[in-house]
Design a protein around this ligand. Structure first.
Ligand code: NAD
Length: 443
């Protein structure tokens, strides 16, 4: 089948590569000409395990192509996927500028029936706006081509995006036209083989499903961080509590790790956007507000502990930071807890020496040549002469470091563990001052 995908970011590129992998002809369109030029040369602008090989192989086979020519994109695919960004507006609601700009282009250039599929995360009612935009542009042109608008939210996780796309838990499709529903079912058949995971529903329910899923996951994280904060105050160990509640099959172990708060390009903006949508419809979404507020404060938890340790005086200190991406296996630093931590340290007059296995280029791009920020090529190099180590992202490589060497290299053996990677008893025995989340400090 012929597929056009607007937006060649995390979602668009993975979607394009996976559809091409199963034999479709895919054209990826992006307005970022530099990105398209790099993709045409086989250079992948993001870090996502397995993606580079898949893009290169399918490009070589001629099933995956890239262009910044919008009209060519509209002319190409019967299926027109919208996978552009929906960043938060100033008031937290989703900014639909890019989505509507694609809709406008489709209306401007279409010459035949098209199925317009919204894969971006968009508020309930957006499919109607896309429909109206295309209709109004067609009316300006004096044309009356048929088209359908479908909501098909994406649930992939960065770091495991290919696996999630190839073997999805569910394929949610919000569609009114029964014939289009069957076409979508056929399109997704290669990813729906072991048992039926194709969930067809009305468009508004599909749009809301995506926000509900991300908000539920964010709620689990904030809930657990709240329990961690209570544990610290009452002298309990949140890791024991986590085991104790996770073993209840109604609760389960996934997404109940305490930490430095959720980040990334999805949870923060999606919780906010759903809260704003609710408000627009006259409902005060109090759980969502609390989830956001807890998360906001949680991102400062490590700096609060540092201030406590250093008697409020962080000026002139050098902090080694391990991990910059918002979670392991991605280079994405959007809303990453590392950013809040480092920015707070800089505000206090401290400097940062940081290492991350893949997000260093991204960190360089964001923070440029700040004098109080140094990136090093090996985790151990961050430690030399630093006043403390902060573990911010739980990359595998940080799990079992050489603690004796760490002790020697640091000015003072202090570790602030924002992900509860280490065992507090062990850290105490090794002679570290050790601070973690939801567990009493060991000093
Ligand atoms: P991204 O920022 O990585 O990529 C978006 C791309 O769209 C950019 O390359 C941009 O240049 C391009 N673009 C903007 N306007 C365009 C236009 N008019 N025509 C063509 N291209 C255009 O974004 P992303 O992380 O891939 O997210 C895309 C959407 O998918 C968002 O709504 C996001 O919430 C949702 N989503 C993201 C993830 C994720 O893990 N990143 C997961 C599920 C859903």
């Amino acid at each position: 089948m012929k597929i056009t995908i607007f937006g060649s970011g995390y979602v668009g590129l993975v979607t394009g590569a996976c559809f091409a992998e199963v034999g479709n002809d895919v054209l990826c369109v992006d307005i970022d000409e530099e990105k398209i030029r790099r993709l045409q040369q086989g250079e992948i602008p993001i870090y996502e395990p397995g993606l580079e090989e898949m893009v290169i192989e399918n490009s070589r086979e001629g099933r995956l192509r890239f262009t910044s020519d919008i009209a060519e994109g509209v002319a190409f695919g019967l299926f027109q996927f919208i996978a552009v960004g929906t960043p938060p507006d100033e008031d937290g609601s989703a900014d639909l500028r890019h989505v509507l700009s694609v809709a406008e282009s489709i209306g401007r250039y279409m010459e035949d029936y098209r199925i317009v599929i919204d894969k971006s995360t968009v508020p309930v009612g957006t499919a109607d706006l896309v429909q109206q935009k295309i209709s109004s542009v067609l009316a300006e042109r004096g044309m009356t081509y048929d088209f359908d608008v479908v909501s098909n939210p994406e649930f992939l996780k960065e770091g495991d995006a290919i696996g999630d796309f190839m073997k999805p838990d569910r394929i949610v499709v919000g569609v009114d036209n029964p014939r289009t529903k069957e076409l979508l079912r056929t399109l997704y058949a290669p990813f729906n083989r072991s048992h039926d995971r194709f969930l067809a529903m009305d468009v508004r329910s599909a749009e809301l499903t995506k926000y509900a899923a991300n908000s539920m996951l964010a709620t689990k994280i904030s809930f657990m961080n709240e329990i961690a904060n209570i544990a610290e105050r009452v002298g309990a160990d949140v890791e024991a509590v986590r085991q104790g509640i996770g073993s209840d099959s109604r609760i389960g172990f996934s997404f109940i790790y305490p930490g430095m708060g959720y980040g990334g390009s999805c949870f923060p903006k999606d919780v906010q956007a759903l809260e704003r949508t609710s408000r627009q419809f006259g409902y005060d979404a109090r759980i969502l507000q609390a989830v956001e507020a807890v998360n906001h404060d949680q991102k400062s938890s490590l700096v609060d502990k540092m201030k406590q340790h250093f008697n409020g005086e962080l000026k002139g200190k050098t902090i080694a930071v391990w991990g910059l991406s918002f979670k392991p296996n991605t280079d994405d630093m959007r809303e990453a807890p590392s950013r809040r931590l480092m920015e707070a340290l800089w505000d206090e007059g401290a400097s940062v020496r940081a290492y991350d296995p893949v997000a260093m280029d991204e960190a360089r791009r964001i923070y440029g040549d700040r004098e109080d920020f140094e990136l090093v090529e090996h985790p151990d190099h961050a430690l030399k002469g630093a006043d403390a180590l902060a573990v911010v992202t739980e990359w595998m490589v940080f799990r079992s470091p050489d603690f004796e060497m760490m002790k020697k290299e640091l000015n003072e053996p202090v570790v602030f563990d924002g992900r509860n990677v280490y065992n507090p008893d062990m850290m105490e025995q090794l002679g570290f001052s050790y601070y973690s989340i939801g567990r009493l400090p060991r000093c």
